[in-house]
Write a protein that binds this ligand. Structure first.
Ligand code: PGA
Length: 249
């Protein structure tokens, strides 16, 4: 049985006070024990979040980290800094990092290695742009993203990897991939892992869907065979909506 996971990507939202009130609201809910629940606050709120959630099952992830372990990288945050504040999980390769901050598959392969060497778990994001889907290149794009960033890893390293398929055209747009479109791509991703590694690993890796998941569509998406949960942006900023999604399995 694969891990079922719902992760909230807060992006550049929630200052100190907002973090405190949202996490305090989330703490009040009864949570299903079989679902892994994750929130990814901004760097400045990580320490506060770890502290607030120390008696809760929700875990804290960072939204990014630098490729280098230390040194002359003004304005950047290293993996050891994250570990130092009790964060052992990092989101890498989000489409906003790729498009706004020019992270490519090669940079991401490096970041994945840095994170793995430090013993971090990774939520690795990838997905095609609208033009790529329209021109029927989405499968090739996803294959390239995974091959270049992840397929040099050992089988053992995959125990630290969670995949998040996020079609860029569905992120923050209100337009969701249909459950069938999500299932089709997730099954394809699993087939790539099987081809490259083996069936056993392909069946073990959790693959989340991300892109305009809301309380109203989560249940249908999560019911698909190869969808193991979601990476949630906008709807993770509201405790009722986020918990409705957690309970949508
Ligand atoms: P969204 O964002 O749920 O607001 O579409 C998803 C994401 O960016 O991870």
């Amino acid at each position: 049985m694969r891990d079922q996971i719902v992760a909230g990507n807060w992006k550049m939202n929630n200052d100190q006070n907002e973090t405190q009130s949202l996490l305090n609201e989330l703490k009040k809910y009864n949570k299903p024990e079989k679902i892994r629940i994750i929130v990814a606050p901004a760097f400045t709120q990580l320490s506060q979040s770890v502290d607030l959630l120390k008696d809760d099952i929700i875990t804290v992830a960072a939204q990014n980290m630098n490729l280098a372990v230390s040194g002359a990288h003004t304005g950047e945050i290293s993996v050891n800094m994250l570990k130092g504040v009790g964060v052992n999980l990092v989101v890498l390769g989000h489409s906003e990092r790729r498009s706004l901050y020019h992270e490519n598959n090669l940079t991401l392969a490096g970041k994945v290695n840095t994170a793995l060497e430090a013993g971090m778990e990774i939520i690795f994001c990838f997905g095609e742009q609208l033009e790529e889907r329209k021109s029927n290149r989405h499968f090739n794009v996803v294959k390239e993203q995974l091959s270049e960033a992840l397929f040099s890893l050992s089988v053992a390293a995959w125990s630290q990897i969670i995949l998040a398929y996020e079609p860029v055209w569905a992120i923050g747009t209100g337009e969701t991939a249909s459950p069938d479109q999500a299932q089709e791509m997730h099954a394809y991703i699993r087939s790539l892992i099987q081809e490259h590694y083996n069936e056993n690993l392909a069946q073990k890796v959790s693959i989340l869907y991300g892109g305009s998941v809301k309380p109203g569509n989560a249940e249908e998406i999560f019911s698909m065979q190869d969808v193991d949960g979601g990476l949630i942006g906008g709807a993770s900023l509201n405790s009722d909506d986020f918990m409705a999604i957690v309970n949508a399995f």
